[in-house]
Write a protein that binds this ligand. Structure first.
Ligand code: ADP
Length: 655
């Protein structure tokens, strides 16, 4: 039993294929995690890195409390079940299951106990004397599960274990594996390309595409709140309907227009509080997603609904308990091709449709999904990144939602009316602005508060417990953006500082303290106690590693250097370009370091930052409270231990 942590895991194969990018997740003890995605998306590679069958290019893998990157597979306390059962044909089922334990020289009675127990759990006790060829595919896969169970591993890894089985057996084994997970109370990680398998088995699912994690969530949340069009389309059968369209806000309503049709539906603007207003201008192209069950052909429902679209029926699929009705929302369309006007509607009504009939379908607007047409990211996110508000600035005072805030001197803004962007995590509890908490929900481990301010809803994320009612809030002014005519006239303080450089190895002659071993030998020879003998140093040629940051060398610990070296081959590691990133809080002024020019002070009231130029780069450095304000030539020293180190051309975060 164990929890696992994957931090910024990458895999680059020797042929240059970047199979896994920045995979980061924490897996709790006893979870049933499923990696799902189309073939080639990097699921098996990730699983194999956890198993230790594949080297980890960069990142850190922890099982229990141990970093296991360099640990042999056999020492990781995991067991793996593969698609092909790989049973020994000449051994009986009993011998197959017992084989691994015998190799480990486990006492006979213990082997016997474990094999019988596993056979009991898997319902194969009666077959223990048989050879694999005398068993069905399902039974053989049970034997291979048995072989994994008897190891009593901390983590069970399963790579498409059911894909060799026929459909009926798969469904049955799915239930059995879920039951097995409950019974064993072990962490399971399961790889499949089958979304139904993922949805029915996982406590949480990781959806992957092209080596990138798309979303990590519970089956229900993936279905109800897909973060992008890929996840929306991948999860659920039949696939979600996707239409092209535009959104136009007029007064308190938003009109959804479906492209290539004359269908329009009107929705209250309150649906769109989490959406950037620039999507609501009637021009920005969006993708409208509706699941087949969120459209209805039921006559009563259509009659009552004030959100309906016209559908020309083309054909249907009878599934017994329900009917899938196919059609087109473009009266010229045929409903057969996978076009942006084709529609599939789940219908239980016993209505006969004739191909070519034009009917109305009622939309369940509570469940409409909207995506940016280019990035395909949801524009109705569950946790919005920003609050988008109308604002005005006059004489250095920012007004929005009935609030008038004096802008700090760091924000210089002409008088204007514009759009204000407040990041949801820049609204903090405590302060002088009174707001009413309407709701608090936990989404993906963080609390999302809906607050009422000046008659509108705004959102804030917090890690504190908050009950409904009035709270005081404050806004982190350094994170605000103000737009006038779509142009940023106030930009937030950059949260990340980025430097360029390289990684170097040098040989130097240095005074090196004697090793523990040398010292022990010397003390023994002299018969001296450690207290009375000073530690001796010797002049020696030693290797030192340096980070060259913007032309200045900084010594780096052996530990960090080793991470860089093991990530890529030694030959390639030193001639690459690196990017170093940290926050403005992780840089100090020093007597020596990166040469910079301090060109101003950004004073946000509560905090001050020095604006420094390093070549063409603008870098902000947090000033300690009460410290003198620097000016002119300065030297910057980033805290090396806090740097993220990114191999620039392949964009791999090595540390
Ligand atoms: P999945 O399990 O999702 O089908 P994989 O993890 O097997 O995907 O593969 C991810 C990507 O890595 C694919 O593009 C695949 O071609 C590539 N790949 C897998 N194994 C190797 C290998 N040993 N050498 C080079 N490329 C590989």
């Amino acid at each position: 039993m164990a929890n696992l942590s994957l931090k910024h895991i990458y895999k680059v194969y020797p042929n240059g294929v970047k199979a896994v990018n920045d995979f980061t997740m924490d897996i709790e003890d006893k979870e049933f995690i499923v990696f799902v995605g189309p073939s080639g998306c990097g699921k098996s590679t990730t699983l194999r890195m956890i198993a230790g069958l594949e080297d980890i290019t960069a990142g850190e893998l922890t099982i229990g409390d141990l970093v296991v990157n360099d640990m042999e597979p056999k020492d990781r306390d995991i067991a793996m079940v593969f698609q092909n059962y790989a049973l020994y044909p000449h051994m009986t089922v009993y011998e197959n299951i017992a084989f691994g334990l015998k190799l480990r020289k486990m006492p006979r009675e213990e082997v016997n106990r474990r094999v019988l127990e596993a056979a009991e759990i898997l319902g194969i006790t009666d077959y223990l004397g048989r050879k694999p060829k005398e068993m069905s595919g399902g039974q053989r896969q049970r034997v291979s599960l048995g072989r994994a169970i008897v190891r009593e591993p901390k983590v069970m890894l399963l790579d498409e274990p059911l894909s060799n089985l026929d459909a009926k057996l798969r469904t049955q084994m799915r239930t059995e594996i879920a039951k097995l997970h409950n019974k064993l109370g072990t962490t399971f990680i399961y790889v499949t390309h089958d979304q139904i398998e993922a949805m029915t088995m996982g406590t949480r699912i990781v959806v992957m595409k092209d080596g990138y994690v798309q979303q990590i969530d519970t089956p229900k949340n993936l279905y109800n709140y897909p973060g992008n069009k890929f996840v929306a389309g991948f999860i659920g059968t039949p696939q979600m309907n996707f239409f092209e369209g535009t959104l136009k806000k007029t007064g308190d309503n938003v009109e959804i227009a479906f492209k290539n049709t004359d269908s329009r539906v009107t929705v209250p603007y309150s649906y769109f509080y989490k959406t950037r207003p620039s999507y609501l201008n009637g021009k920005a192209e969006v993708i409208i997603g509706l699941r087949a069950e969120d459209l209805s052909l039921d006559r009563d429902e259509v009659e009552k609904s004030n959100a309906k679209i016209k559908v020309k029926i083309s054909h249907k699929e009878e599934l017994g308990n329900e009917t899938l009705v196919y059609g087109d929302i473009n009266m010229e369309g045929d409903g057969f091709g996978d076009s942006p006007t084709r529609v599939i509607i789940k219908s239980t009504a016993e209505v006969e449709y004739v191909p070519g009939d034009v009917v109305e379908a009622a939309l369940n607007l509570d469940r409409v999904h909207l995506f940016d047409s280019k990035t395909e990211v949801s524009i109705l996110p569950r946790v919005p990144e920003f609050n988008y508000l109308d604002c005005s600035v006059k004489g250095g005072v920012l007004s929005f939602l009935g609030q008038n805030l004096k802008l700090p001197s760091a924000i210089q803004c002409e008088d204007c009316t514009g759009e204000l962007l407040i990041p949801t995590n820049a609204i903090k509890l405590g302060g002088t602005i009174a707001a009413n908490v309407i709701s608090s929900e936990t989404v993906c481990g963080q609390k999302l508060l809906a607050l009422e301010l000046g008659g509108r809803r705004i959102y804030a994320t917090t890690d504190q417990d908050v009950t409904e009612g009035f709270v005081n809030i404050s806004i982190d002014m350094k994170r605000l953006t103000i737009l006038k005519d779509d142009e940023e006239i106030v930009q937030p303080l950059p949260e990340i500082v980025s430097f360029d450089g390289s990684f170097k190895k040098i040989k130097v002659v240095d005074d090196v303290p004697e090793t523990e071993e040398e010292r022990a030998k010397r003390l023994a020879k002299k018969n001296a106690s450690p207290e009375e003998e000073p530690v001796l140093t010797k002049r020696k040629k030693v290797v030192r590693f340096l980070l060259n940051i913007e032309g200045t060398d900084f010594p780096v610990s052996e530990e960090i250097a080793q991470k860089l070296i093991t990530a890529l081959t030694v030959k390639r590691v030193f001639d690459k370009a690196y990017r170093y990133e940290c926050t403005p809080y992780d840089i100090k002024f020093a007597d020596a370091g990166i040469e910079a020019e301090c060109v101003g002070i950004a004073d946000y009231g509560a905090e001050k930052f020095a604006k420094c130029k390093v070549g063409e780069k603008e870098i902000y450095v947090k000033l300690c409270d009460g410290a003198p304000e620097p000016a002119g030539k300065v030297y910057l020293a980033p805290e090396i231990e806090k740097l993220s180190i990114i191999q620039a051309d392949m964009d791999i975060r090595l540390v």
